[in-house]
Write a protein that binds this ligand. Sequence first.
Ligand code: IMP
Ligand code: MG
Length: 169
Amino acid sequence: MKAVVFDERTIARRVAELGAEITAAYPTGDLLVLGLLKGSFIFLADLVRQIERPVQVDFIVASSYGAGTTSSGNVRLLYDPATDLDGKHVLLVEDIIDTGKTLQRLMSLLGARRPRSLAICALLDKRLAPEPPAELRFVGFDAPPAFLVGYGLDHAENYRHLPFIGDLE
Ligand code: IMP
Ligand code: MG
């Protein structure tokens, strides 16, 4: 069964704090919030409603090469944002950081598009990455070393709809 790790109220409170942190961190300039699909979709929807400054929203779909369960480190874009990143503050929103490999590749790819700044906001961080991405600027919660589902996170595409974050075992 599933044990609740972060309940709805705890998540909502932290997302509101993150929204305030982000609002304060970007006093000027265009801000583009880029959601890494699919895992970030619920977090992003809640987060942007807590950002009290003009914001644009787009999505990015990345896929690691191969079907293995471990990140290969290669990344391919299945959906590339239509929005121009040039001169904008770009904030990439991710559900959870495990090894951080996917993000590392994405950062160099997005960085090449000359954004004004590039940062990452992750809801959860397992802190297992040997070298956490330098762009990691906003983190919701440190995550336990368990397989988490809900609030956008899936196991084989299930459980994304749960309003809380639970431990699958
Ligand atoms: P990384 O490249 O190893 O950091 O992999 C991060 C990705 O793996 C996340 O975007 C999730 O899709 C997936 N992932 C890692 N840990 C979990 C988990 O506990 N639950 C659900 N998905 C996870
Ligand atoms: Mg994911």
